[in-house]
Design a protein around this ligand. Structure first.
Ligand code: M7G
Length: 270
């Protein structure tokens, strides 16, 4: 909670993340701690207890959400999770009405698309209103090292909420993101397409279609099988069947305190 001058409290979310080690720093640290205590040894494997006095002060990245809504607070609190298998009927009867009723603002997306925010960070843009997009570094990446490279492509079209809305009509747009996105990342960061994980989330947190680009060697949050859908596979599926995402069941995890989970519970689907 943050107190205003009037003494009133407003919630804030402060996210602290340890950034990947930088090679030179690791060497420095190991030189400093030459006498590490032994905790376990088995054959060629040895473990030491965690060392508390490593200097990590410069290795922590901070993200602040302020003022934070109830949904932001929920998102970051630890909670029990459950797997949902959403049929197309479930989507129409439960998920879609939920998305339409909720008001998780996507103003930040519009600000990027309209160059009102982060304009100087744009890596690539295809300005076509139907098949274009903007590629920017994700919030989660501080751009200091390529190990945890993370970019997002935001589409210019505004009516495509998620994977569930995609049909063959969107193939040119998706192909542009895949092709131009790969080229832009290779050109700017020198990371080849073979080392990129390019995918969509289902469910996403923000219902304006976007594509994640992360370094293959980075275990990015949300890259697990119950959430990530590789863009190349999405394109293939739509080429095979334009209604693929309007017929198939999709799996995702929901936290027990999420409103959408409660809606699935009320409908007797969990
Ligand atoms: P998502 O799949 O909707 O949900 O992805 P997730 O946040 O649960 O992964 C949205 C992505 O947009 C995430 O990777 C966020 O880190 C990123 N993101 C969110 N915001 C509010 C911003 C922002 O203001 N700027 C940028 N550059 N990225 C953001």
């Amino acid at each position: 909670q943050v107190s205003s001058p009037s003494g009133e409290g407003t919630d804030a979310v402060v996210i602290l993340e340890k950034t990947p080690f930088q090679e030179e720093k690791v060497l420095e640290l190991l030189k400093k701690h030459t006498k590490l205590e032994l905790q376990m040894r088995n054959d060629i494997y040895t473990e030491t207890p965690p060392v508390l006095n490593f200097s990590l002060s410069e290795e922590i990245k901070t993200t602040v959400v302020y003022p934070a809504t109830e949904k932001h607070l929920q998102k970051y609190l630890r909670q029990e999770v459950h797997l949902i298998r959403e049929t197309w009927e479930d989507y129409k009867n439960i998920t879609l009405p939920f998305i339409q009723a909720q008001s998780f603002s996507i103003q930040w997306v519009y600000n990027i698309l309209e160059k009102k925010a982060e304009a100087d960070r744009i890596i690539h843009e295809n300005p076509d209103p139907g098949n274009g997009f903007v590629l920017v570094p994700d919030f989660k990446w501080n751009q200091n090292q390529l190990d945890d490279l993370y970019l997002i492509a935001l589409i210019h079209r505004r009516e495509v909420k998620s994977l569930r809305d995609l049909t063959a009509e969107h193939l040119p747009l998706l192909r542009n993101i895949l092709q131009e996105g790969k080229e832009a990342v290779a050109k700017r960061f020198g990371v080849p397409a073979s080392q990129l994980r390019i995918y969509l989330h289902y469910q996403p947190s923000y219902y304006h279609l976007h594509v994640h680009f992360t370094a293959l060697g980075y275990d990015a949050p949300g890259s697990s099988v119950e959430r990530a859908h590789l863009l190349a596979d999405v394109i293939d599926n739509l080429e095979t069947d334009s209604a693929y995402y309007q017929t198939r069941a999709l799996t995702f995890a929901l936290r027990a305190d999420e409103l959408l989970f409660k809606k699935f519970q009320e409908a007797g689907r969990v």
